[in-house]
Design a protein around this ligand. Structure first.
Ligand code: TXA
Ligand code: MG
Length: 315
């Protein structure tokens, strides 16, 4: 892969215009969203999309999420059943990805969908992402901006740690507020939860007026977030630790003693989600073994535990 100089762009009108121009030229631009930073390219340009896979070192069978500014823009590319209308009305713009049947004449490069007949699409809420998508006025394919299998980036600095020299620019929108990748729901058949996130199954069921199914793994791996080992630090991870063993650094949750870092001393799950990837990265820099306090399996805790289990899985 060719190495390029990576520009760090500020979230000013000039920086956003510069980022949009780079996307227009088929270059890779990392962009902030409220979940994690994305590694963006024009989803209509095969070569630009191929460059995403190359920069991430991602197996090419993993399809990408397309980002647009508005639900109306999404409807240019996908069919729009009533369930999509309901979920978009409730949660867009926001941390929810919908998998929908591709429309005829969609123009999306087949590398984006890895040849599937469906497209994962979302409308991010981050004001800088909104500004960039509005200015660019096209579909932006963007997986999380990290080398494949590693921890997702929640700051521009994280993006540079993993991808410096491999992307044209990083648009700096500050630290991601949510810190966990979007919830993914498939609407190609009965509504099915493909990936847990900060929008919980209960919230989705309330908006749909019916409970949704949960995808069973590993029958068909349609999301790398479903791969057993993912989001992995270099250090070994031990979960549900109520005490530390020799050589372990403790990542605490709630009122625990002796924690090197604490996801949320007050036991707030949203705060813990926002801190999770940053704190795993920080501990990974100094510790070879990380123990993690139990995190309750309720609300956003379900998505936090999902990421922790995959980070701890054998590699
Ligand atoms: O929060 C997020 O979703 C972030 C930000 C940048 O938007 N993006 C993200 O992308 O997490 P990525 O590539 O790391 O995860 C995208 C997930 C993958 O698990 C992929 O397999 C799934 O979406 N996906 C994409 N297209 C799909 C499709 N047609 N059917 C089922 N799953 C799909
Ligand atoms: Mg990812």
């Amino acid at each position: 892969m060719t190495s390029t100089e990576t520009h760090l762009l500020p979230a000013t009108p000039a920086g956003i215009a510069d980022a949009a121009a780079r996307l227009g030229k088929g270059q890779l631009v990392a962009l902030p969203t409220e979940t994690v930073y994305g590694l963006g390219a024009d989803a209509r340009l095969s070569e630009a999309v191929a460059a995403i896979y190359a920069a991430k070192g991602r197996p090419s069978f993993n399809p990408l999420i397309v980002h647009v500014a508005t639900p109306d823009a999404a409807k240019r590319y996908v069919d729009w059943p009533k369930a999509a209308e309901r979920l978009a009305a409730a949660f867009w713009p926001g941390p929810l990805t919908l998998v929908l049947p591709l429309r005829r004449g969609h123009g999306i490069a087949s590398l984006v969908t890895a040849g599937l007949e469906s497209l994962a699409i979302r409308c991010p809420a981050h004001p800088v992402a909104q500004a960039l998508l509005t200015e660019f006025d096209g579909p932006v394919a963007a997986p999380s901006a990290n080398p494949s299998g590693k921890i997702s980036p929640t700051t521009a600095a994280h993006v540079l740690q993993g991808l410096n020299g491999k992307v044209s620019a990083v648009l700096d929108g500050g630290a991601a507020e949510i810190g966990l990748e979007s919830t993914i729901v498939s609407l190609t058949g009965a509504p099915t939860l493909l990936r847990h996130g900060s929008i919980t199954a209960d919230m989705l069921a309330a908006a749909l007026g019916a409970p949704l199914a949960e995808a069973t793994t590993p029958a068909a791996i349609t999301a790398p977030g479903q791969l057993a080992s993912h989001y992995a630090p270099d250090a070994a991870l031990r979960l549900n630790a109520t005490a530390t063993e020799t050589g372990e650094a403790l990542l605490g949750f709630g009122a625990v003693a002796g924690a090197e870092l604490n996801l949320s001393p007050a036991g707030d799950l949203r705060e813990a989600a926002a801190n999770l990837f940053t704190m795993l990265r920080r501990l990974d820099e100094t510790a070879s073994k990380i123990a993690v306090s139990p995190v309750p399996e309720t609300g956003v805790g379900i998505a936090i535990n999902d990421r922790l289990k995959r980070a701890a899985a054998p590699r």
